[in-house]
Design a protein around this ligand. Sequence first.
Ligand code: RIB
Ligand code: CA
Length: 308
Amino acid sequence: MQTKNNKKIPVILNCDTGIDDAVAILLAVKSKKLDIKLITTDVGNVDPVRSAKNTVNILELIDAPEIPVVRGDGKCFKKERARVAVHGDGGLGEYVFEDTKREVKDTNAVEEMYEALKASDKKVTVICMSPTTNLAKLLTKHKDAVSLIDRVVLMAGTIEEVSDTEMPYPEFNIATDPEAGEALFNSGVKIEIVPMEMGHTAYLDWQEVFKTKMTNLTGSVLEVVFRSYKDRHVKNGIATHDGCAVAYVTNPELFEVKPVNAKIKYFDSIKTGVLTMSFKEEPNCITCVKVNIPKFKNLYFKCLKKCK
Ligand code: RIB
Ligand code: CA
């Protein structure tokens, strides 16, 4: 069912395409519920130039409409930190894409975000499925951007509650640039968190990855991409972190949410910051706590079947 454009949710996707970012882009485009104004790439799984190329390759693969893609400058907000590549050197595993005619705009991601926000006739949902570096730069440079953003749906962190002296698992999108995460949480923008437990529970097992391959040509390409995903928490399949972040916007009924107190805490032992979440302290945002796994997987295959 085609949703009329004015009923679609205006969104900007901020990503570091990456294998689960590719699933997210598939859901965002094929759900037909989102008016995707812009896709920006950020620091993260691979450098933003590479992830922008990966993004246009995925858009081409799924026959997406023309959507502007702009790469970030690749510099962390305040301090560079080591990154672990779990998506393969190129960011999309072993698959080698032919060159696509689609272009990556050679402009400034932060300014393009700002322009897209100002041009939208409705407040925009920003779905951030990477470190929040572009967003931190936007909200620091353009203070009025907060009033143009409806909410930031943020794939980050873990809802595992730990004592004051323990450290939660250092989820990648925050640990890569915690100062940027801090700037986002201090900006006053509304934040809705999709923590790693969602992608870890709604993971695609190897049978579902094989079913992906057998579904259609697009699935046969994605299966090669998926083979390389090594999220240490998912032993027999691939995590769907970013796919859950998009599904939370297109199909919120699949998720249970709770108010939570979320803040960035620094740990000398790992020389970076971690998103800590507590359900006992005064809430400052909401987080997903549960996902309807079979319905999420049905949504994924429904979107995949709309591809060639
Ligand atoms: O921790 C998972 C997140 O880190 C996902 O967005 C994945 O793509 C990586 O960016
Ligand atoms: Ca990502």
